[in-house]
Design a protein around this ligand. Structure first.
Ligand SMILES: Nc1ncnc2c1ncn2[C@@H]1O[C@H](COP(=O)(O)OP(=O)(O)O)[C@@H](O)[C@H]1O
Ligand SMILES: [Mg+2]
Length: 262
């Protein structure tokens, strides 16, 4: 078994750095003049380390923009983003690319697996490209946790959608990033496969100490998280700890009702 495996570098509940990422007064505007859209309107947020955070809100509320800014995939108009102690706003392109590669993991709605590589090769590809050697114990633990041990030689087209997305999750985890971002990671999956992937994300937080931020519009998906942040018109308007699907759904109905009357 894998009992001797160490806790991830950035995992756990390290007292001194309980916040994995934070946004301070972040504004993101697209376009100018008449066509100017404020996608993020002075957002302040702390993302707790070793926890699973969901970001919810109506379509167009700024969920993807917030995730992209936190992950250094998009620049901000003003304000600051920190990954641990590193201010990523203001980093030059090359440093930012390095930071994304070395410290951040991504899971997208489309699994983005290479069809000619088997599952294991897909999982280790980013590290192969970066010239880093995967930690064998860690890799085994990730693969065990995702339940892929028997499927490592399979190519993506020999795997179900849920299994392919678990490969994508394992790929994100393999490099032991400080934080993993997912934009609707179960958006392309049926509910059974979605539950499988969400269960694994939950497990990677509980057992591997991973920090995860997931954008979703699905109350059931959000209920796997420790905390839900609600966005509306580019602002964080509410949050919920230890969400249940029912409570999230109720809160969404609340927002809809308010939206209709305002
Ligand atoms: N590249 C872009 N150019 C112009 N407007 C954009 C762009 N990306 C997003 N927006 C606008 O910013 C707002 C927030 O978008 P987004 O973050 O994608 O919302 P969500 O993910 O919650 O659906 C929307 O009004 C959207 O139309
Ligand atoms: Mg979006």
């Amino acid at each position: 078994m894998t009992s001797a495996v160490t806790i991830p570098r950035h995992g756990g509940t390290g007292e001194s750095t309980a916040v994995a990422a934070r946004a301070r007064q972040v504004v993101k505007a697209y376009g100018t003049g008449e066509t100017r859209v404020v996608a993020l309107d002075s957002v302040d947020v702390d993302i707790a380390r070793g926890r699973f955070t969901a970001i919810m809100g109506p379509s167009g509320s700024g969920k993807s923009t917030l995730m992209h800014c936190l992950a250094g995939l998009d620049t901000v108009t003003s304000g600051e983003i920190f990954l641990d102690d590193t201010e990523i706003t203001g980093l030059k392109d090359k440093k930012l690319t390095q930071l994304r590669r070395d410290r951040i993991g991504f899971i997208f709605q489309a699994f983005n697996l290479l069809p000619t590589l088997n599952a294991l090769e897909n999982i280790t590809l980013p590290m192969d490209i970066a010239g880093r050697k995967p930690d064998a114990d860690w890799l085994r633990r990730v693969v065990d946790t995702v339940g892929l041990s028997e499927r490592l030689k399979h190519r993506p087209n020999q795997l179900s959608g849920g299994q392919q997305q678990r490969v994508a999750v394992a790929r994100a985890l393999a490099a032991r990033p400080e934080i993993i971002f997912g934009d609707e990671p179960t958006g392309n999956l049926d509910s059974r496969a979605g539950a499988e992937v969400l269960g694994f994300l939950r497990q990677s937080v509980d057992e591997l100490g991973q920090t995860i931020v997931m954008v979703t519009h699905d109350p059931v998906a959000a209920s796997y998280a420790d905390r839900v942040l609600y966005l509306a018109d580019g602002r964080i308007v509410d949050e919920m700890e230890r969400p249940t699907a029912e409570a999230v759904l109720d809160r969404m109905k609340d927002f809809d009702a308010r939206g209709r009357t305002s």
